[in-house]
Design a protein around this ligand. Structure first.
Ligand code: GA4
Length: 319
């Protein structure tokens, strides 16, 4: 049963992974098993990359709506206002979604900001390259913690030149209706509950609360914001590759009554042609796979037909 909770108190049990400590690999495995979620400190993503991108994003989102709409619709790439995906999901959020592919065209965003598209490309590339490097380090520690060799089984998918990874900027404006609604014990949703489809997602936000994760016991808990750290989500593809040992974490974002929230998320995915299947070393035998065979392309095609809150793996589970 899912129990709705008000965003009154913060959960202090989010697993903390200090990347500078050698024993982190076992803690990462535990965190992925228990929560599918953890927080990273002592990373080496330069603060200047984060601030540069954050200030470009603030400039963009502060532009008049009529201008921003010229960079839309999000199909799936581009600017989206309140709309999430193409199946009627809405949130109190506006966003930009881009492909991390080097060919991606930044012209639409650059003309709104009145800058050269190469400036935006460079700001996104610097940030994404550093975060991707951190994701690969985490995935290699994770493989080592699981005693899977070579340890690049997961990271090589993100490093592949055809890796289908995306980057998203979400802006949640303050929502004044909240005070009134909260009197009636209601939460206002910024981004509805869902799991991420890819292997791993790395989230960084400003100091505004809103993110909640669903615990195994059915309780939603509020994650204390921390602008100096990163939060990591296990995605559906990693759940499959670990044959369900890790669970992709259900999460959502509640709107905030006074402060605006800005988050940036890197979604590390495999190449479209990649077969997503449990790793042999994590199965008892060939037959113990919980999933039917599928490629990332097949999964994505079906994912884009779903609603945000749907369980997108059901289709691929063995009965
Ligand atoms: C959820 C995670 C990422 O934000 C995203 C989203 C994507 C989109 O907004 O275009 C999806 C959603 C996300 C899952 C199911 C489909 C696809 C909207 C939607 C209803 C970019 C992603 O990869 O999957």
């Amino acid at each position: 049963m899912v129990i709705l909770s008000k965003q009154t108190s913060f959960f202090n049990g989010v697993p903390l992974i200090d990347l500078s400590k050698p024993d982190s690999k076992n803690l990462i495995v535990n965190a992925c098993e228990e929560f599918g979620f953890f927080k990273i400190i002592n990373h080496d993503v330069p603060m200047e990359f984060i601030s540069k991108l954050e200030s470009e994003a603030i400039k963009f989102f502060s532009s008049p709506l009529s201008e921003k709409l010229k960079a839309g619709p999000a199909d799936p790439f581009g600017y989206g206002n309140k709309q999430i995906g193409t199946n009627g999901d809405c949130g109190r959020v506006e966003h930009i979604l881009v492909s991390t592919n080097s060919e991606f065209n930044y012209q639409k965003f650059a003309s709104i900001l009145g800058v050269n598209p190469e400036n935006i490309r460079a700001a996104v590339n610097d940030y994404v390259s550093a975060v991707k490097k951190m994701s690969c380090d985490i995935l290699e520690m994770l493989a080592e913690g699981l005693k899977i060799y070579p340890t690049n089984v997961f990271s090589k998918l993100l490093m592949d030149e055809n890796s289908d990874s995306v980057f998203r900027l979400n802006h949640y404006p303050p929502c004044s209706e909240i005070e009134r609604l909260n009197d009636n014990n209601n939460d206002l949703i910024g981004f509805g509950e869902h799991t991420d489809p890819q292997i791993i997602s790395i989230l960084r936000s400003n100091n505004t609360s809103g993110l909640q994760i669903l615990l195994k016991d059915g309780h939603w808990i509020s994650v204390p914001p921390d602008e100096n750290s990163f939060f990591v989500n296990v995605g559906d593809s990693l759940q499959v590759m670990t044959n369900g040992r890790f669970k992709s974490v259900k999460h959502r974002v509640l709107a905030n009554s006074v402060k605006s929230r800005l988050s940036m998320i890197y979604f590390g995915g495999p190449p479209l042609s990649e077969k997503i299947a449990p790793l042999a070393s994590l199965m008892e035998g060939e037959d113990s796979s919980l999933y039917k065979e599928f490629t990332w392309f097949e999964y994505k095609k079906s994912a884009y037909k779903t609603r945000l809150a749907d369980n997108r793996l059901i289709l691929f589970e063995k009965i």
